[in-house]
Write a protein that binds this ligand. Structure first.
Ligand SMILES: [Fe+2]
Length: 263
C-alpha cells in the first residue's frame, strides 16, 4: 500500500513539475483557415506578462517574423504595468487591442487604464473600446469592451457599420451577451478562460472563471451564422501551470472554412 502511495505521489509531483517548467513554456501555433479575410491575421491573448521570460520572446519573435501584418490582441496582457520588451516585437504590425478584466485591475481608478493606453500608444497599438475600425473594403473590426467587468456596449461598438459588411469582433471574454448575435458578426474572437489552464483527459477543464453564459469549445465552432474562435491564450493566472493545454498563438489563414459543429 505504501509503495503504491509513494508511486502515486511521485507521479503527481512529476506531472506538476512538467506543467510548471515544461508545458507552460511550450508554444503551439494553431492554424485555422477561414474565409472572408483580406490577409492572414494573428490572434493572441491572455499574455499575463509578469517579466520578460523566454516564452514571451518566442511569442514576440513568431509575431515579428510572420508575414501576417494584422495582430489582434484580445486582452489580459498586463500584470505589473511595465513597457515590456515583448511589445517592441509588435512595432511593425497593425495591432488592435481590447482590454481584459486583468488589464483593468481590481481597483479600476482609471489610472491603470490610462497608463496602459500610453504604453500601447508608444507601440502604435490601437485600443478598441466599444468601437470599430475599417480594415479594408467592406471589412470591419469591432472591439467590445470587457464583459467580465460589465463594460460592453454592443450597440455603440457596431455604430455606423453598413449591414452587408464583413464583421470581425474581438471581445476579451465569452461572457458577452447573446445580443451580439443580432448584429450577425461573421467572426467572434475571445479568450479569458485560458482553457482552464489545467485540463484532464475526458473531462477537460474544471474552472473557466466565467460568471455567466456557456463556454464554447476551444478552437473553432459556430452559433447561428457566426463563427466563434476561442483561444486558450498564452500566459497563466493564479498558478503558474498549464497541463494538456499549452500556450498558443492562433494564425488565421485565408482558405476554406472547415465543417463546423454548432456551439
Ligand atoms: Fe481575463
Amino acid at each position: 500500500m505504501i509503495t503504491i502511495l509513494i508511486i502515486l505521489l511521485i507521479f503527481i509531483i512529476s506531472v506538476i513539475l512538467y506543467g510548471v517548467f515544461i508545458e507552460r513554456n511550450k508554444l503551439v501555433i494553431r492554424e485555422i483557415t477561414v474565409d472572408n479575410i483580406p490577409e492572414n491575421i494573428i490572434l493572441i491573448g491572455d499574455l499575463h506578462i509578469r517579466k520578460d521570460i523566454k516564452l514571451y520572446e518566442k511569442v514576440g519573435k513568431f509575431v515579428r517574423d510572420s508575414k501576417a501584418k494584422i495582430v489582434l490582441n484580445i486582452g489580459d496582457t498586463f500584470e505589473n504595468i511595465l513597457d515590456y520588451n515583448f511589445l517592441s516585437y509588435l512595432d511593425n504590425k497593425r495591432t488592435y487591442f481590447v482590454f481584459g478584466n486583468n488589464d483593468y485591475g481590481s481597483k479600476e481608478s482609471g489610472k491603470r487604464e490610462e497608463k496602459i493606453k500610453k504604453i500601447l500608444q508608444r507601440h502604435k497599438i490601437k485600443v478598441l473600446q466599444n468601437s470599430n475600425v475599417k480594415l479594408g473594403k467592406n471589412f470591419y473590426l469591432i472591439g467590445i469592451d470587457d464583459p467580465h467587468k460589465n463594460r460592453e456596449n454592443i450597440e455603440e461598438a457596431f455604430k455606423d457599420i453598413p449591414n452587408n459588411s464583413i464583421k470581425f469582433v474581438m471581445c476579451h471574454s465569452p461572457e458577452v451577451n447573446d445580443e451580439i448575435l443580432k448584429y450577425k458578426p461573421d467572426y467572434l474572437f475571445f479568450g479569458h478562460t485560458h482553457g482552464g489552464q489545467v485540463r484532464f483527459p475526458l473531462i477537460g477543464s474544471l474552472f473557466n472563471n466565467v460568471r455567466h453564459g456557456k463556454v464554447p469549445k476551444i478552437g473553432i465552432t459556430k452559433k447561428n451564422s457566426t463563427v466563434l474562435i476561442h483561444t486558450t491564450g498564452i500566459g497563466t493566472t493564479l498558478f503558474p501551470i498549464r497541463l494538456l493545454n499549452p500556450p498558443e498563438i492562433i494564425l488565421l489563414k485565408r482558405g476554406t472554412l472547415p465543417q463546423l459543429s454548432d456551439f
